[in-house]
Design a protein around this ligand. Structure first.
Ligand code: SF4
Length: 536
């Protein structure tokens, strides 16, 4: 069975002309999608989309992939669910016009078809191509004067928080939630009511709707809380022992295995043996590294917007071409991961477009990434605010003269010592002891001298400090603001909370939102040019 290709009409009907006239003020992108659907989904790109089906050779939908890809974009544009998209394809004239379905009273696709198509896009990384396609499309339009734009690619990268879709719970609720999923799965496998499994497995706290109600304690009393945790832990032990006896094979196979592993993971990360003895259990002091915060979304993590502001979920990262405002690549990482980890994926996606980063504008979160040294080694330039050395009221590193040609550092009193990249330079204890500036310089113990940390990327840091010291340099540092605006816009489009669970699905969502944003950028540029004036 061959895959049907989308061949929407090129000419405009009278009804479409009326609709297009009305779409000049609000939701203008519908008009642009109608105008440019042929170029965006040309034969070559449609053939590429069709390869998603050839991969498996099975389950071929009758709906052309290009039409579904257009639906995916419009979904992101309006922020609607699969079910809403199906309805809009019938009741909304704008959707009908873009999909070339005006006058039809049946949807062109089913909800399951759309969900399946999204899975295919993700599986074959075609959501990345959809984003790239908007950049290719932009190049074919007259939105930019490509001859006047710099030949070299100037990229800015940045990230913003994306609250996860899963519910974040405290330890007791998290444990009870995970245990309830285990009990429900066991009940399903046995064909028993959930209550019967909870009683038989010795975990009656799950019989109440709320575990805290079942434990019924004075929660402000720390001892009561300790007792509650111990009681819940004992009942979880009982549940696991019961499962090993009652479902010995199923416990090591999906789906039960997954639920049991989640329960174990939460228990390991959030509980620890009570040091007061007696074999009891208590809530762990401090937060476990890489702590899971949600039962429903295993990849969400605690993150920080700033020193004092926390969030739970993910970080979305984008790489933007500073000369066109087009988003070239996106990445999503759990919120607790450092920004630098997203940089290789962003660079990889840009290189797939056969482009090379000549200038990388980033903040300090990305500066330790290997991408930074790759760009520099490749003859490119990195533009980033330098670290500001601080040392309380004492001399900071900035008060020392670092000479990278001679590999020496000179202190404010004129003492010189040799340096090594990635190591501390240490001044002589004798010189510092007799130095008249000692009180302003160091609190080292008698006999020890002042140390100065020389970083591995000291050359880069020195260059960045020079950059920040000039008017032109500060101007260049401010160019990165464009990517902050772009991210803010993307955030408003996606909403505060993630639509999906898990890193990969959220990457899909960020990529399609970025694709829509690129199309809006192209449309805006064309409107600023004579494109629409001539068409009017
Ligand atoms: S205390 Fe040591 S390092 Fe500091 S200024 Fe004096 S000699 Fe130099």
């Amino acid at each position: 069975m061959s895959i049907e290709r989308w061949q929407p009409r090129q000419g405009y009907t009278r009804q479409e002309e009326v609709l297009l006239r009305r779409l000049r003020r609000t939701k203008k992108l519908f008009a642009f999608l109608r105008d440019s659907r042929h170029e965006l989904f040309d034969d070559l790109f449609q053939a590429e989309l069709e390869t998603m089906y050839r991969d498996t050779g099975a389950g071929i939908e009758a709906v052309p992939p290009a039409l579904l890809a257009m639906v995916v974009l419009m979904q992101s544009y309006l922020g609607v669910s699969d079910a809403e998209a199906v309805e809009l394809s019938v009741v909304d004239l704008r959707w009908q016009m873009v999909l070339d379905r005006l006058g039809y009273d049946e949807p062109p696709f089913a909800q399951g078809t759309l969900a399946g198509f999204r899975e295919r896009l993700i599986r074959s990384d075609m959501d990345r191509r959809l984003l790239e396609r908007t950049v290719e499309f932009a190049k074919r339009t007259r939105a930019f004067d490509w001859r006047k734009l710099p030949k070299q690619l100037r990229v800015a990268v940045d990230s913003s928080p994306l609250e996860g879709a899963g519910r974040v719970e405290d330890t007791i609720n998290l444990l009870a939630h995970a245990a309830r999923k285990v009990v429900m799965c066991a009940a399903d496998l046995l064909g028993w009511p959930v209550e019967k499994v909870a009683l038989a497995a010795g975990i009656p706290v799950l019989l109440e709707e709320s575990v805290k109600k079942a434990l019924d304690l004075e929660w402000s009393d720390p001892r009561a809380k300790t007792q509650a945790v111990a009681r819940l832990a004992r009942q979880i032990d009982s549940l696991e022992a019961w499962l090993r006896l009652r479902l010995p094979e199923e416990i090591s196979k999906p789906p039960l295995q997954g639920h049991v592993e989640t329960l174990e993971q939460i228990r390991r990360q959030d509980l620890e043996p009570d040091p007061s003895g007696g074999g009891g259990t208590r809530i762990r002091e401090g937060v476990a590294v890489d702590r899971r915060v949600s039962v429903e979304d295993s990849e969400m993590r605690h993150g920080r917007k700033s020193k004092n502001k926390l969030f739970n979920g993910y970080k979305r990262h984008v790489a933007m071409d500073l000369d066109t405002d087009l988003i070239l690549a996106c990445a999503v990482t759990p919120a607790n991961r450092p920004d630098e980890e997203a940089a290789p994926a962003l660079k990889g996606d840009i290189e797939r477009q056969e482009r090379r980063i000549q200038e990388l504008h980033c903040d300090r979160g990305y500066i330790v990434s290997k991408v930074v040294s790759e760009v520099v080694d490749d003859g490119g330039e990195v533009v980033c605010k330098p670290w500001v050395p601080r040392n309380g009221k004492l001399f900071s590193k900035a008060d020392f003269k670092i000479n990278l040609r001679n590999m020496t550092v000179t202190c404010p009193a004129g003492e010189v010592v040799r340096i090594e990249l990635g190591a501390n330079a240490e001044f002589s204890g004798d010189a510092c002891m007799s130095c008249p500036l000692r009180a302003q310089c160091t609190t080292a113990a008698p006999g020890n001298g002042r140390t100065v940390a020389i970083s591995e990327d000291e050359r880069l840091q020195q260059r960045l400090r020079k950059l920040g010291a000039t008017v032109r340099g500060r101007e260049r540092l401010r160019e990165r603001v464009a990517v902050e605006h772009s991210l803010a816009h993307l955030g408003r489009r996606q909403g505060r909370r993630a639509r999906y669970r898990g890193t990969r699905k959220n990457l899909f969502d960020v990529r399609r939102a970025a694709a829509v944003q690129n199309l809006e950028t192209v449309q805006r540029r064309l409107m600023e040019s004579d494109y629409y004036r001539n068409a009017a």
